[in-house]
Design a protein around this ligand. Structure first.
Ligand SMILES: [Zn+2]
Ligand SMILES: [Zn+2]
Length: 375
């Protein structure tokens, strides 16, 4: 006979909460989890009445729980939000098509509007094609940069005031740990993004589940019977984040509050006021926010379009300068930038999405048509 629930004392406990250690019944756990999310939304002033909120929906557990909770709490507490689902199709066969199917099932059940933006449509390159050019490493660099912009562009297209993402307490703690270990002050300052306008993109972002433990999100999805997709991406996850994640799991096993504490440290960290932060400008090519003349996505795209996929990653400044000045690269230099070896067959062309054009590969990418994604 299991112990009684420590909250209601009536029902038998169904679980021990990973965050607090309390033994709770199913109903009390669900209620506590929902109330804590509501409190986080209120305390962080994440939303204003009347706002249109695009929920970044990947089909995974975090964003599925987020979409379910926002809809439920919006009704329960009358936030007055217009909620939308926004998905990014990276073009990863066997992974994203299956997870998008989970998003579509959620869309049908919830009745929320759904919009999907694809890498192929926005950039002319699917992740599968990028990976064929690039080889097994660095795919996550491309994917991360492209996804950030894709979410912004999709949100603008849908007229959203805000993007809500499913980042949980573990994600936040991992990011704090990783940026701290790397001494990445800029990301430490921006990354935690506690306020309503946290983040660096064009549309303000918020993380309503930033205090929710990953384990509790899994439990919540399980007890609510939510349908989500749970396979890892076919491309290897970012190696360094993997170490931060493993370290965090070890710390959590010793002391469960480590997850929350690290997130708290990230919020409370005070940085020297005389540290120079990169200036925020706009990309000369696409108009997206950038601290350099070209945004990171445009630099990566230029490398892909030139057949030198590694141009935008790593320390290739001298070679980038040579290219900019119109100087030819040697075979060896081209090889270092990921060009195929002599005699290798050229890769088959993938038709550009209906919104891109082939005529202006170096110019500003005009995204014409009724769905004008440019801004
Ligand atoms: Zn109970
Ligand atoms: Zn750009």
């Amino acid at each position: 006979m299991p112990a009684p629930c420590s909250a209601c004392g009536a029902s038998p406990a169904a679980l021990r909460r990973p965050k607090t250690g309390h033994a709770l019944c199913r109903a009390c756990f669900l209620a506590a989890f929902e109330e804590e999310t509501h409190q986080a939304i209120v305390a962080g002033r994440l939303f204003r009445p009347g706002e249109t909120v695009a929920i970044g929906a990947s089909g995974g557990k975090d964003s599925t729980v987020l979409a379910h909770l926002l809809q439920l709490l919006d009704q329960r507490h009358s936030y007055g939000l217009h909620l939308l689902l926004l998905s990014v199709d990276e073009g990863i066969a066997g992974y994203r098509d299956a997870s998008l199917a989970a998003v579509r099932r959620h869309q049908r059940r919830s009745g929320l509007p759904l919009h999907v933006v694809s890498y192929r449509q926005l950039y002319g390159w699917s992740m599968d094609r990028i990976a064929r050019h690039l080889g097994p490493r660095n795919n996550c660099t491309f994917c991360g940069v492209f996804r950030r912009q894709a979410l912004d562009r999709g949100a603008l297209l849908m007229g959203a005031d805000k993007i809500a993402t499913g980042h949980n307490a573990d994600d936040v703690a991992e990011t704090v740990l990783m940026n701290f270990l790397r001494g990445d002050v800029g990301r430490l300052r921006r990354g935690v993004g506690t306020g309503p306008a946290g983040g660096e993109g064009a549309v303000p972002r918020c993380k309503p589940l930033r205090h929710a433990y990953e384990k509790e999100i899994v439990l919540y999805a399980y007890f609510q019977g939510l349908d989500y997709f749970s396979t890892e991406c076919v491309y290897a996850p970012q190696a360094y984040r993997g170490y931060a994640r493993a370290l965090l799991k070890e710390l959590e096993a010793v002391r469960p509050s480590a997850v929350a504490d690290l997130g708290h440290s990230g919020e409370r960290l005070s940085l020297r006021s005389d540290l120079r932060m990169p200036a925020r400008g706009t990309c000369q090519r696409c108009g997206y926010v950038a601290s350099q003349p070209l945004c990171k996505a445009c630099v990566l795209l230029e490398g892909l379009d030139r057949g030198l996929p590694k141009l935008g990653i790593g320390k290739h400044r001298r070679l980038r300068d040579k290219l900019r000045d119109g100087e030819p690269l040697t075979q060896e230099e081209r090889r270092r930038l990921g060009a195929p070896a002599e005699g290798e067959p050229p890769e088959e062309q993938e038709p550009r999405g209906e919104l891109g054009t082939d005529e202006e590969p170096w110019g500003r990418r005009e995204l014409r048509g009724p769905q004008d994604l440019d801004f």
